[in-house]
Design a protein around this ligand. Structure first.
Ligand SMILES: [Zn+2]
Length: 294
């Protein structure tokens, strides 16, 4: 079962978060029909966004993560609401490259190291927080570690793995994030670095263990304070109302032309694949409502 388990170790000097996201990645594969390459890439971004949204304080807070790049996958877009509720899509969900073996895909080519991670957080303030760093490796774990270190000022070690089986399904997914707090002494950092080096195959670990097991096994013998485990979920908030804005954004002339051509307007939600059909009467009503508002 998926989960995000968090703890403070060494008297609060180090934050450790273990997250297992196998079910979440399989839900995305099922909704979008992702190629293994797209599944690994989107799966990794969904997993990190689930962690990030679980760190949001207020119920209404939300964030989005964009990975723009020059690889064959195209942009990866994920949106998340507080409490590890995520949704996302990848521009070229059918993109394929020869796999690297052992359930690993060639993200170096699928994403590449030319591009950016952009995070926008809506914390209910007047302006959103916007953080942006360049990609450094294109494997996503090092790129996000750099993002947290550089943009959020929190030096971070991040292990992240999404393993796709021969059947195209996710066999195991998840990660471990470790952040020493400011002022963490050198001898603690040395211990932490040694533990983090053992997470190179975190996907294999999650085939057998829960995130709580991981915290217990690797950090349980130090002074540790556990937080409640949260289950990440795939949740799209799209609605007919919201999708009717897509009709408006077509413009009056184009929406009428499309109606004449096809008899109805179909709008697809990129995040969950749900289709919304607007008939001629619907479109008339949408424009009438729009005129009434303006
Ligand atoms: Zn949707």
């Amino acid at each position: 079962m998926d989960g995000i388990a968090k703890a403070l170790v060494f008297d609060g000097l180090v934050k450790v978060v273990a997250f297992k996201t196998t079910d979440l990645v399989n839900e995305a594969i099922g909704l979008h029909g992702l190629s293994p390459l797209a599944a690994e890439a989107l799966g990794k971004v969904l997993s990190v966004a689930a962690y990030m949204s679980n760190e949001l304080k207020g119920d209404k807070e939300k964030l989005s993560v964009q990975v723009t790049n020059k690889g064959s996958l195209g942009s990866i877009i994920v949106a998340a609401d507080a409490g590890a509720k995520v949704r996302g899509y990848v521009e070229h969900k059918d993109a394929t490259l020869p796999p690297l073996g052992n359930g690993k895909q060639d993200l170096f080519k699928g994403i590449g190291s030319e591009g950016f991670i952009t995070v926008i957080k809506d914390l209910g303030l007047k302006d959103p927080y916007v953080g942006r760093t360049e990609l450094v490796r294109g494997n996503l774990e090092e790129d996000f570690a750099w993002y947290f270190t550089r943009s959020e000022g929190a030096p971070t070690a991040l292990a992240l793995e999404v393993m796709i089986g021969e059947d195209g399904k996710c066999a195991s997914a998840g990660g471990v994030l470790v952040q020493p707090m400011p002022g963490c002494p050198e001898h603690v950092l040395v211990i932490v670095e040694d533990i983090v080096s053992q997470f190179a195959h975190i996907g294999e670990v999650y085939k057998e263990k829960s995130p709580s097991d991981v915290l217990q096994d690797y950090f349980g013998h130090f002074k540790i304070e556990y937080f409640p485990v949260v289950t990440p979920v795939y949740r799209c908030k799209c609605s007919r109302e919201q999708m009717s804005n897509a009709v408006i954004s077509l413009g009056r002339a184009d929406s009428v032309n499309l109606l004449m051509e096809r008899g109805e307007i179909e709008v697809l939600c990129h995040f969950c694949g749900r289709k919304y059909v607007f008939t001629k009467q619907d479109v008339i009503d949408i424009w009438r409502k729009y005129d009434h508002k303006v």
